[in-house]
Design a protein around this ligand. Structure first.
Ligand SMILES: [Zn+2]
Length: 296
């Protein structure tokens, strides 16, 4: 979904706009340029899947010609009391897979098959969440905590009314008391969730650059802990998670745990102050910068 929203899907119209000499028309229906929105929502085979799925559809409401309108509908306007609604990321995923199978191998998927697969994946995912909730946060064992003294708290600040999201990490060595912090802002992503994940990824990259290879990361976002522990279960975030996974392998010891929001205040304040700034900010230092006076 993140890829869809940022236009990182290799549909005809996107490739054409990047200068590739290909026909931007949809190869399945030939009725419109193959945009991300057309492929996932408006192409007749996709429309059929949405119509047959439990996700509520209504003319001029969903699906529409606007990618962001469609995603907003899925993110925030679905009934919250119906478990079947959580299947939408897998519907998107299988609609995309079906498109590829058609374009690459001329294989047709039955729309009902897509719904059955998406339902199964969503159920499997929900079951896995129940199990991992009892297991996390506890990824750092007592033995590990006695060895690893380097802790890095991460946080992301996201607000739908602001154009920028703030990322922040706060590194501390428990034995020597060394402190380093980093904060930056970037164009706001689609959800607070993505920002939390981006904050973690940036913190991991910075720690690797600082040669801190025995790390405990702390976040107040329980979903980030789950995502990092079960990367394969979050196909919608696969691009970011692949990167997290690559970085993770470079650490000698890596663990991530959830801490209560009230214990993550330094990270939170830094992230919020970065989010509020109108321009690009990128700051890594051992002391706080002047625009975050409360941390000095
Ligand atoms: Zn089409």
């Amino acid at each position: 979904m993140w890829q869809a929203l940022t236009g990182c899907i290799a549909v005809g119209a996107r490739l054409r706009s990047r200068g590739m000499q290909i026909d931007p028309q949809c190869m399945r229906c030939g009725m419109a340029p193959e945009t991300v929105n057309h492929t996932l929502f408006e192409c007749p085979p996709a429309l059929q899947v949405w119509a047959l799925s439990p996700i509520p559809t209504a003319p001029a409401h969903f699906p529409t010609a606007g990618l962001f309108t469609n995603m907003t509908h899925l993110f925030w306007h679905l009934p919250t009391n119906d478990d079947r609604m959580r299947m939408y990321p897998w519907l998107i995923w299988y609609i995309w897979k079906a498109r590829n199978d058609k374009v690459i191998a001329n294989v047709d998927w039955d729309p009902n098959e897509i719904i059955v697969k998406a339902t199964a994946e969503a159920t499997a995912w929900a079951t896995a969440q129940e199990k991992s909730e009892t297991r996390y946060p506890s990824s750092s064992s007592p033995e590990e905590t006695t060895i690893v003294e380097d802790v890095c708290q991460v946080d992301g600040a996201w607000k739908d009314t602001e154009h920028r999201a703030g990322l922040r990490w706060y590194f501390c060595n428990l034995e020597f008391g060394d402190k380093i912090m980093g904060t930056c802002n970037l164009r706001r992503g689609i959800s607070p969730f993505q920002t939390e994940l981006e904050a973690l990824l940036w913190a991991m990259q910075c720690m690797l650059r600082l040669n801190k290879l025995l790390m405990v990361f702390q976040t107040d976002c329980s979903d980030v802990v789950k995502m990092v522990s079960k990367l394969e279960e979050w196909p919608a975030f696969s691009t970011l998670l692949d990167e997290v996974d690559r970085c993770k392998r470079k650490f000698i010891s890596f663990s991530i745990m959830q801490i209560p929001r009230k214990e993550n205040t330094k990270a939170d304040k830094l992230a919020r102050s970065a989010r509020a700034l109108p321009t690009d900010v990128y700051y890594v230092n051992s002391v706080s910068s002047a625009w975050i006076p409360e941390l000095l």
